[in-house]
Design a protein around this ligand. Structure first.
Ligand code: HAM
Length: 418
């Protein structure tokens, strides 16, 4: 009796070769754009102490409260698969004394993140982010540069998005605003959903995240943070807008934009797409000036963003996706053992010259090999039969116009070199 089939876990998926072209195009563009803005890559572990996220992201958030993959390792430590990378980057920055270097540390990363979220379209439990963090400055021009870089990535890929910005205040003005908000929420309590009633007393800002229609009406009656900023935050926010205007960047101020992580202060932003349905955020980011101290480090002002690569691939224009497609330059079709060995030899020579070669190991007929060459869209086919072997001249066929001619091995090599 055969065993039952093992499948992947819900919310996890295989990214198959036919899906991957778009991913590689995005990664290539991101690498290029990060380089021109002066970012260097950092790779942090996928598993971290649970406390890093509990403290960094905040115990009252959905991510920490409901969505983390947390378990005990063999030494009975509580460990967590990272739900995001900002906390890890800040931990690495402090631990490796990067704050002692000169100037702003500009770090970028990419990789899988894990959140045990409700299954929904455009929400996966393992998803991928590409992100950037700049640590060591509170200058509003840095906020604008960070936004410009994220937008530049989307624009270079031909992806349309809308930029939403807000200021969520600082440790001085936000507590005052939150007690004001709490009082206002008491008036609305009976009209709110169960989750929001709980949030009203624990993490009041989260009420703004609720997508339930009944709550939306009440949310409209609540005071907004932008009307309650201290003078410094107000000035900072207005300077960020000036720098964005100077860079010709169009934005919308959304005073109810709060982000799902507690570390944000001042600038918060998202880039959303009309083509994504209810999970419309492609990019999320903002300033997190107090996070280093929360993690036991020195005061460090910082800002960053992360783009959701899974979502980005969903809105990537087809022509962009196709530029990442892999196609063989040359398919080597052979008949018989000696021809097969010759094909291996020729492929080896050409690959050293960076020519993409493909040969079929299933030992099919010449006809079936030609069919396969067509199917995988090979640009040329080289036919190696007994006759060709003896003469040392091979037939090459250009698939686009079906023209064919004979070549010696040196002629073949110089053809692909050019
Ligand atoms: P976030 O808003 O939680 O921010 O995530 C950033 C982006 O990751 C989202 O806009 C979305 O595109 C994608 N994303 C999030 N969850 C999922 C999911 N379950 N499935 C698919 N895509 C998802 C952060 O993670 C912050 N660390 C960003 C940041 C960096 N802030 C400052 N620096």
């Amino acid at each position: 009796m055969s065993e039952s089939l093992i499948r992947n876990l819900p919310g996890m998926r295989d990214l198959l070769p036919e899906d991957i072209a778009g991913w590689q195009v995005i990664e290539d563009y991101a690498r290029r754009i990060f380089r021109v803005y002066g970012y260097s890559e950092i790779r942090t572990p996928i598993i971290e102490p649970t406390e890093l996220f509990a403290r960094g992201i905040g115990g009252d958030t959905d991510i920490v409260g409901k969505e983390m993959y947390t378990f005990r390792d063999k030494s009975d430590r509580s460990v967590t698969l990272r739900p995001e990378a900002t906390a890890s980057v800040v931990r690495a920055y402090i631990q490796n004394s990067m704050h002692r270097g000169k100037g702003v540390a500009k770090l970028c990363y990419s990789g899988p993140m894990f959140r045990y979220e409700k299954k929904q379209s455009a929400r996966w439990r393992q998803f991928y982010q590409i992100g950037a963090e700049a640590l060591g400055s509170e200058h509003p021009a840095l906020d604008a540069e960070m936004i410009e870089m994220a937008l530049g990535l989307l624009e270079s890929l031909g992806v349309k998005s809308k930029l939403l910005i807000n200021s969520v205040g600082c440790r001085q003005c936000r507590p005052k605003y939150i007690s004001f908000l709490r009082r206002a929420l008491q008036q609305e309590l009976s009209k709110l959903c169960e989750d929001c009633r709980r949030r009203a007393n624990t993490n009041s800002l989260r009420v703004f995240d609720c997508k339930i229609e009944g709550c939306q009406a009440s949310i409209g009656n609540l005071p907004v943070i932008t009307d309650n900023l201290c003078a410094e935050c107000s000035e900072h926010f207005s300077m960020v807008q000036t720098h964005l205007n100077n860079a010709g960047i169009v934005f919308e101020i959304v005073p109810r934009l709060v982000r799902g992580l507690d570390y944000y202060v001042r600038t918060a932003f998202e880039m959303v797409s009309d083509d994504l349905g209810s999970q419309d955020a492609l990019v999320g980011g903002g300033r997190y000036d107090g996070l280093s101290e929360v993690l036991g480090g020195p005061p460090v002002q910082a800002i960053g963003f992360a783009v959701g690569v899974d979502r980005l691939t969903m809105v990537l224009p087809l022509e962009q996706r196709e530029t990442g497609n892999w196609k063989p330059e040359l398919f080597l079709a052979y008949k018989g053992e000696a021809a097969f060995n010759k094909a291996l030899y020729i492929a080896r020579k050409l690959r050293r010259k960076h020519c993409t070669c493909y040969l079929d190991f299933s030992e099919g007929s010449l006809k079936s090999q030609m069919r396969l060459a067509n199917k995988i869209d090979a640009a040329h086919v080289l036919i190696i039969g007994e006759d060709e072997l003896q003469r040392g001249r091979f037939t090459i066929k250009k698939m686009q116009d079906s023209s064919q001619w004979e070549v010696s091995l040196p002629e073949l090599i110089s053809y692909f070199k050019s």
